[in-house]
Design a protein around this ligand. Structure first.
Ligand SMILES: C[S@@+](CC[C@H](N)C(=O)[O-])C[C@H]1O[C@@H](n2cnc3c(N)ncnc32)[C@H](O)[C@@H]1O
Length: 226
């Protein structure tokens, strides 16, 4: 079973995530455990301070080493080496392969940054530095939630439909984007579902989906073509 620890200065941001999402369902099914840890519980003063001014000057505040080292170390069992993921726009781009990797682990710790980010020495705690895209957010909470969601939905038994539910998705088995999908009605305001999908001929449907996946990938994400 996968244990996910998320360390943050804004633990309340995860309330909806833990109550409403696929992660909530996975926890109920016993596929994973999610712990939200308040970084300020590891501060050493009455103000629960976890940030300070950067050496050398510059705008904003940086997260301090002390609380982060103690918070991460508090989650480690003796001799254990879990995946410790630092959220940072300066990290490797998180993708489906990374989600698959994390879903095979038994323990993942997410570190949510804030302010101007982390004192560089905090990086030594991390096994991975992941970004969710080339933009800068205020904190790592949404990044950690996105990565945890992408990971948890791959755990066995979480999605109805089993492995097939994810194999044909975007970035799935063939690494392409997903073909267009349709549901009832077959004709909506003159927009018709392609005949092939109504044919019942599964070989033809499969061939059509593969061809569409290639067309869409070539248009939207040529970088994924092989
Ligand atoms: C305002 S950002 C710090 C940005 C940092 N000064 C920089 O330029 O790289 C505060 C925190 O939000 C999180 N964050 C912001 N954008 C992110 C992204 N694209 N992916 C992952 N985490 C992000 C990180 O935890 C980061 O420490």
């Amino acid at each position: 079973m996968l244990t996910i620890d998320i360390i943050s200065v804004q633990p309340r941001m995860f309330r909806g995530f833990l109550e409403e999402s696929i992660v909530a369902r996975a926890v109920k099914k016993g596929a994973c455990v999610v712990n939200i840890i308040d970084l300020r519980d590891f501060a050493h003063d009455v103000h629960r301070k976890v940030d300070d001014k950067p050496y050398g000057g510059g705008p904003g505040m940086l997260m301090m080493c002390g609380p982060w080292f103690e918070a991460v170390e508090s989650r480690l069992a003796p001799g254990e080496r879990p995946r410790v993921v630092m959220t940072t726009p300066a990290g490797r781009r998180f993708d489906q392969r990374a989600a698959e990797e994390l879903s095979r682990e038994t323990h993942v710790v997410f570190m949510c940054g804030h302010y101007e980010g982390f004192d560089a020495r905090i990086e030594t705690l991390a096994t991975d530095r992941f970004s969710i895209g080339d933009f800068v957010m205020t904190g790592g909470e949404l990044a950690a939630a996105a990565m945890a969601d992408a990971t948890v939905r791959l755990l066995p038994g979480v999605l109805g439909g089993g492995p097939a539910a994810t194999a044909n998705e975007s970035f799935g088995r063939e690494g392409l984007l997903e073909a267009p999908q349709y549901t009832h009605p077959a004709d909506f305001r003159g927009m018709k579902v392609p005949d092939v999908l109504l044919s019942g001929d599964h070989a033809r449907i499969d061939a059509w989906r593969r061809a569409q996946a290639r067309i869409i990938t070539s248009k939207e994400r040529p970088d994924l073509e092989n």
